[in-house]
Design a protein around this ligand. Structure first.
Ligand SMILES: NC(=O)c1ccc[n+]([C@@H]2O[C@H](COP(=O)([O-])OP(=O)(O)OC[C@H]3O[C@@H](n4cnc5c(N)ncnc54)[C@H](OP(=O)(O)O)[C@@H]3O)[C@@H](O)[C@H]2O)c1
Length: 251
């Protein structure tokens, strides 16, 4: 969809979600923005309103299935959603500890949170035979990188789910795109102590994502050097990839 008019974005209170919200904000555009931090969310809403958009915010936790379903359904009934961007996500692992609670929380927010956002919208979108779904995966979804096993696995599940969903929903004229960024400067990556190759700003990432969504691309993966590296790591024999990772590949 080249000019979506009603857009719902989760994880809009900072980082890539914030940049997307501000990027899409314009007169005639309705934005439903979600995040947990109400104060940060309101700041983003104010920036979007200043650009002429109509904005509604909701401080909700996407891992709460019932609340999220109520919110997205309520928005969709009031303003049928053209584009949903299931972006909320966390990277909580420290690379050393395998903590049961952190592993489960990562899946609950990244994977269940995505399902909680998208699934309640599908019946109405299918009836309307219209809509676009953007799922935030990661280049980390292509290979089991060290340091963040649960994060990588949650993103792999989102990516593959989205790639399959695209095939199913194309009969209903609903677009599905998976977004696979490399490293982007946000609160999520601020905690990384390692060197992040080809790090880019959230604003630049947003422009690339928006361009890809306007063309209904199946996969919006960037930047090219990181994309090429993870592709290579994915096609090499498992033992070779594992050896390379043990020598310091990070993601
Ligand atoms: N930065 C990167 O290098 C990179 C690369 C690939 C993919 N990604 C993905 O991009 C997405 C956005 O991350 P970011 O880098 O922009 O980091 P960020 O600045 O930390 O943004 C994460 C967003 O998700 C929201 N969020 C987290 N947990 C939530 C929950 N339980 N319920 C509702 N909202 C929640 C946060 O809102 P609150 O803080 O208000 O809860 C925030 O708005 C994530 O899915 C991430 O995995 C990032």
């Amino acid at each position: 969809m080249r000019h979506p008019r009603a857009i719902l974005i989760t994880g809009a209170s900072s980082g890539i979600g914030e940049a997307l919200a501000v990027d899409y904000a314009a007169p005639g555009v309705f934005l439903a923005l979600g995040g947990r931090d109400a104060a940060r969310l309101e700041n983003v809403a104010a920036a979007c309103r200043a650009k002429g958009a109509e904005v509604r915010t909701a401080a909700i936790d996407v891992s709460d299935r019932e609340t999220t379903a109520q919110w997205v359904s309520m928005i969709d009934q009031a303003r049928p959603i053209d584009l949903v961007i299931a972006n909320a996500g966390v990277g909580l692992e420290d690379g050393r500890t395998i903590d049961d609670a952190i592993v489960r929380k990562t899946f609950a927010i990244n994977l269940d949170g995505t399902l909680n956002t998208v699934l309640p919208l599908l019946p109405a979108m299918r009836v309307r035979q219209q809509g676009q779904i953007a799922l935030m995966a990661s280049l980390a979804s292509f290979v089991g990188l060290p340091q963040s096993a649960a994060y990588n696995a949650s993103k792999a599940a989102i990516r593959v789910w989205g790639e399959s969903l695209r095939q199913t929903l194309r009969h209903d004229h609903i677009g599905v795109s998976v977004i696979c960024p490399g490293f982007v400067t946000t609160r999520l990556t601020a905690r990384h102590k390692f060197k992040m190759p080809f790090l880019m700003s959230a604003e630049k990432a947003s422009r690339i994502i928006r361009h890809g969504l306007a063309r209904n691309k199946a996969r919006i993966a960037f930047p090219l050097p990181t994309k090429s590296a993870v592709w290579l790591a994915g096609v090499l024999p498992g033992g070779v990839t594992s050896w390379l990772m043990s020598r310091g590949g990070r993601g």
